[in-house]
Design a protein around this ligand. Structure first.
Ligand code: CUA
Length: 419
């Protein structure tokens, strides 16, 4: 037993025992309370059981009379019922408190957008609200929409440290479940209804001070708080769909990048700006050439973009901000996909040990995914979408024709350049 427990590491990247925010903390506290109560029951009941088995076991030449039976003894019956009720209440009260705590998004003054968001162009009425993210589940990936900021991303959400974030969870197909173990979980995404939850990576200033036993305001305290966020909270967190949702449920992962306010605003700006065509041409000029004489658009990146818009039909389902004709919404938004540390909803990773991008691995992952998405994620729409999927591509004569390795190569390079 001890040897087996030795194999348990509580500090893994999806551990619920290492909490990085108030919700996960609340959930862990509730879990531990339940462990103690049920552990107590286990020891008492098990102890009585073992005692009875040893004391009343049949011995050789045993002529003791049958021990008296407790059934119907009012003292025992009422005592057991009373004890059970008491133990249930001990669990039930904190459970209800935890449900309310995790359900109602708190109005934390420091988390109101107006109080911290350093970016521009925030609608006035949003200044009083926390950051809102719409989480939408698809088979098998995640869309993260930031309606206040006009940004949509996929599979890697970015959130500011120490701030309350309100989530609205929906699904377009079947039931999924949002689970970001170190920060919060789990709430289901259910077709036809919107669920809500809130998350927060790290403590806010007030809670941090309380835990440290500190009081007051002042730049020094603020600086210490910033250091706490930087050292303990800014990180790359691993999430997972926690409700069986079909073929590739196990491959429906996601990530959360927790950053400081400035980095968050910079990310938003970057997403909104999107991309220019290869060589920094304007989109007008690029499409003028593309429509009239695409042959003059040469080089791997131009070839990749031509495939993206044309034969490979990527833009039918994928949007890329900046590009006025890449507006698809059936698949993940690919703005800055080259900056993400994984693709295919977290299944193919290219995060280097230093937290940056392993460029070779990224290329290999893109190549593998575009070449044979069905092998990476069985059942996915990119492979079998009616009329649009990679499995149904055609050549100029209308005959079925998968992408050649050369074409996949150019597409991979183009996607890699989107950063
Ligand atoms: Cu989505 Cu399991």
């Amino acid at each position: 037993m001890i040897a087996l427990l030795g194999g348990c590491n509580l500090d893994t990247r999806m551990s619920t025992f290492v909490t990085k925010g108030p919700i996960a903390e609340e959930q862990l506290d509730l879990f531990m309370l339940t462990v103690w109560v049920t552990g107590f029951i286990f020891i008492v009941v098990g102890g009585v059981y073992v005692y009875a088995v040893i004391k009343f076991r049949e011995r050789p030449n045993d002529d003791r009379p049958m021990p008296s039976q407790g059934h119907g003894n009012p003292l025992v019956e009422i005592g057991l019922i009373g004890a059970s009720v008491l133990l249930l209440v001990i669990i039930a009260v904190p459970t209800l408190q935890a449900i309310w705590f995790t359900h109602d998004t708190p109005d934390d003054p420091g988390s109101r957008m107006g109080a911290w968001y350093p970016g521009e162009e925030l609608a006035e009425e949003e200044a009083e609200n926390p950051l809102v993210i719409k989480v939408i589940g698809y088979q098998w990936w995640w869309a993260f929409e930031y309606p206040q900021l006009g940004v949509t991303t996929a599979n890697e959400m970015v959130i500011p440290a120490g701030k309350v974030v309100h989530l609205e969870l929906r699904s377009v197909d079947v039931i999924h479940s949002f689970w970001l173990p170190k920060i919060a979980g789990k709430v289901d995404l259910i077709p036809g209804r919107t669920n809500a939850m809130w998350i927060q990576a790290g403590d806010n200033f007030a809670k941090w001070k309380e835990k440290q036993g500190l009081e007051g305001e002042g730049p020094e305290l603020r600086a210490d708080y910033a250091t706490y966020l930087e050292e303990e909270i800014h990180d790359y967190y691993y999430g997972q769909c926690a409700e069986y949702c079909g073929d590739s449920h196990a491959r429906m992962l996601f990530r959360a990048r927790v950053v400081d306010d400035e980095a968050f605003a910079a990310w938003v700006e970057d997403e909104r700006t999107g991309h220019t065509p290869p060589g920094d041409a304007t989109w007008e000029a690029w499409y003028a050439a593309y429509d009239k004489n695409p042959g003059q658009l040469t080089g791997d990146l131009n070839e990749g973009l031509k495939l993206f818009m044309g034969r490979a039909k990527c833009a039918t389902c994928h949007a890329v901000n900046g590009n006025p004709r890449a507006l698809g919404v059936a698949g993940p938004n690919l703005t800055n996909v080259g900056s993400r540390l994984s693709i295919a909803a977290g299944w193919l990773n290219h995060r280097a040990e230093d937290g940056g991008i392993d460029v070779e691995q990224q290329y290999d992952n893109l190549f593998k995914w575009i070449k044979e998405p069905n092998a990476v994620k069985p059942g996915n729409l990119m492979w079998k979408a009616d009329g649009g999927g990679i499995g149904e591509l055609t050549d100029e004569n209308g005959d079925p024709a998968l992408l050649t390795d050369e074409e996949v190569h150019k597409l991979s390079l183009y996607l890699q350049s989107l950063k």
